[in-house]
Ligand binder design. Structure first.
Ligand code: NAP
Length: 354
């Protein structure tokens, strides 16, 4: 068990930061802002470090129709701004910086940022989210920003009256494909199966949209530039017949899922085989005092509404952890990440105690 070294811990709110933070929230997506709101309202004077992309993936979403309380829908950036305002209103301090390292083998934990700041914290709430998965085919990396995109909201405007291909068959591909019909003359959704994974309501809208065509049972195996250096065509392979053909197009939008942003945690915290942080029912990782919420730990639901719920739970658990630690001392960093069992397997037997 490690020695505690909490230093003096002034609890006052404001720009003067304490020597040791009560809690640092890493990430500014829906989970992060909600953890900020809850820990601020618990008077923990939280510090939220935004990461390079303020708001995370939701800020790239054109319209959110399924976040409760907003029956008319609202844009991703607007929702992020509202989250931020609400967290700040109760005293969450926001740092526009990017975390490059966390130290978890001594307590308090340490957090180092790209701007050179070093913090110590009694608890961490990790909300680093996930990023778009790449196709990993020839031409993709070279043509990103020259016709290859992972964000219709950001880049759709540049495809006015053009022809675009969308790769994927989930909610993102169909939703973003629908969005692209506002600009493009034709949107072909290229999907590796003959059935969409997307929700029925989105499927229906896509099937009814005259600008959308489907290319079933097909994968994109290469993306090629034209003479001007931007996307001109793709090589597509029919996975049933094995036949390859060229499809001419002006743009390729790729929506084939996400990978968790776990670089900071590798070798330090327990990750599942797909790279998501493993947490218990209290949103706690294998190290006491380190919590996680949102898409860094959730590969199942990935909704704004669920991330918000996880952020609230993580914030509440951080508050309880800090109260317990104050009363009883830190339980110690005694868990080897490699030996930490997946707690979800035990959930069925284990009663919730608090
Ligand atoms: P997703 O549901 O994981 O779908 C990924 C799609 O890409 C699948 O159709 C998959 O094909 C395909 N795919 C995966 N790897 C591929 C590869 N290497 N080559 C070609 N195709 C590949 O991801 P998502 O659409 O980004 O959605 C993520 C989560 O966010 C989901 O839970 C979704 O419900 C949610 N979401 C919700 C909304 C909404 O409610 N409006 C909007 C966006 C996202 P297979 O189907 O064959 O596996």
């Amino acid at each position: 068990m490690l020695e505690l070294n909490l230093g003096g811990v002034p609890e006052e709110q404001g720009s003067e930061r304490p020597e040791v933070e009560n809690t640092i929230i890493v990430g500014s997506g829906p989970a992060g802002w909600t953890a900020g709101l809850y820990t601020a309202r618990a008077n923990l004077n939280p510090l939220l470090i935004t990461g390079n992309e303020l708001g995370g993936q939701v800020s790239l979403t054109y319209e959110i129709e399924n976040y409760p309380g907003f029956p008319e829908g609202l844009s991703g950036p607007e929702l992020v701004e509202r989250f931020k305002q609400q967290a700040e209103r109760f005293g969450c301090t926001v740092e526009y910086d990017h975390v490059v390292e966390i130290g978890v083998d001594a307590y308090p934990f340490t957090v180092r940022t790209a701007s050179g700041q070093e913090y110590r914290a009694k608890s961490l709430i990790l909300c680093t989210g996930a990023s778009p998965r790449k196709l990993n085919v020839p031409g993709e990396a070279e043509l990103t920003g020259r016709g290859v995109s992972y964000c219709a909201t950001c880049d759709g405007f540049f495809f006015k009256d053009k022809d675009v291909i969308v790769v994927g068959g989930g909610d993102s591909a169909v939703e973003e494909g629908l969005f692209l019909t506002k600009f493009a003359r034709r949107v072909r959704i290229v999907h590796r199966r003959d059935q969409l994974r997307a929700s029925k309501i989105l499927q229906r809208r896509a099937f009814e949209n005259p600008k959308i065509e489907f290319v079933w049972n097909t994968v994109v195996t290469a993306i090629h530039p034209g003479p001007d250096g931007s996307v001109a065509r793709v090589t597509a392979r029919d996975v049933v017949t094995g036949e390859e053909r060229e499809l001419t197009t002006d743009g390729v939008f790729i929506f084939i899922g996400h990978v968790p942003n776990n670089e900071l945690f590798q070798g330090k915290l327990h990750l599942d085989p797909e790279g998501y942080l493993v947490v218990d029912r209290k949103m706690q990782t294998n190290i006491p005092g380190i919590f996680a919420a949102g898409e860094i730990m959730d590969k199942v639901y990935r909704q704004v509404a669920t991330s918000v719920g996880q952020g609230a739970a993580a914030g509440m658990q951080a508050e309880r952890f800090l109260a317990e630690t104050e009363a009883e001392g830190y339980p110690g960093i005694h868990v080897d990440p490699r030996e930490f069992p997946d707690p979800r397997e035990e959930w069925a037997q284990e009663p919730v105690t608090s």
